[in-house]
Design a protein around this ligand. Sequence first.
Ligand code: AP5
Length: 215
Amino acid sequence: MKIVLLGPPGAGKGTLAKGLKDHFNLMHISTGDMLREEMKNGTDLGKEAKKHIESGGLVPDEIVTKMVESKFKNDKNTKNGFMLDGFPRTKQQAEDLDKILAKVGQPLDCVLSLDASLSIVLERLTGRSVCRACGALYHIKNMPSKKDGVCDKCGGELYQRADDNEKTIKNRMEVYSKSTEPIIDFYKNKGLLKSLDANKEAEEVRQYTIKLLNG
Ligand code: AP5
């Protein structure tokens, strides 16, 4: 299965991808995670990405597209199926993705659009914490860790992302409406789009998506 997950910041793309990964044996490819890894390692790419991520803007298309292209060329695990999370984010990226996937003979099967209200995404982002070691996701109210600040899965330290503050979230939302929302129609016109209500509780969203993908 070859899937793109679309949706506003905080809709639950990462949470859903983690919940579907083992069920369907799919690779989770998150451009946000890849960029944060570059930032952590202090690479030139990471330094460039930091400027855009911390203001809530988009990293330039050519940088992100090159990173995704290299993943599909060099990682054999992408051949078994994948979920792209956070890419594409612009019409240009969507067109480039078509070309990349045509080259590797892996055209998309479906694009899942996660619909969530503004109040829900705001509440989710301001309460989110992430494990520094394994990337597991938590929420102060919806999915709290058993021990404050400590990951249930690996014992790693939980932290709040630098872009999860009110000012940056507002900018990320505006960027989503302006640059990413228009590609929903791009995929609708290709007959690939399936929408789901992501306002619901995480396990309900996961079960619904499994049925949708099996159907
Ligand atoms: P990225 O990391 O992709 O961030 P995002 O798209 O803003 O999405 P988030 O990770 O914030 O949210 P999510 O939908 O995955 O929600 P999550 O599952 O974590 O990108 C970050 C930045 O990198 C961008 O701003 C940009 O600068 C740059 N970038 C990345 N890709 C790029 C590209 N292609 N081009 C250019 N720049 C790019 O859930 C959120 C919280 O809610 C969690 O706490 C979770 O526990 C909770 N939760 C989730 N689902 C539910 C549920 N159903 N019920 C209750 N709680 C839930």
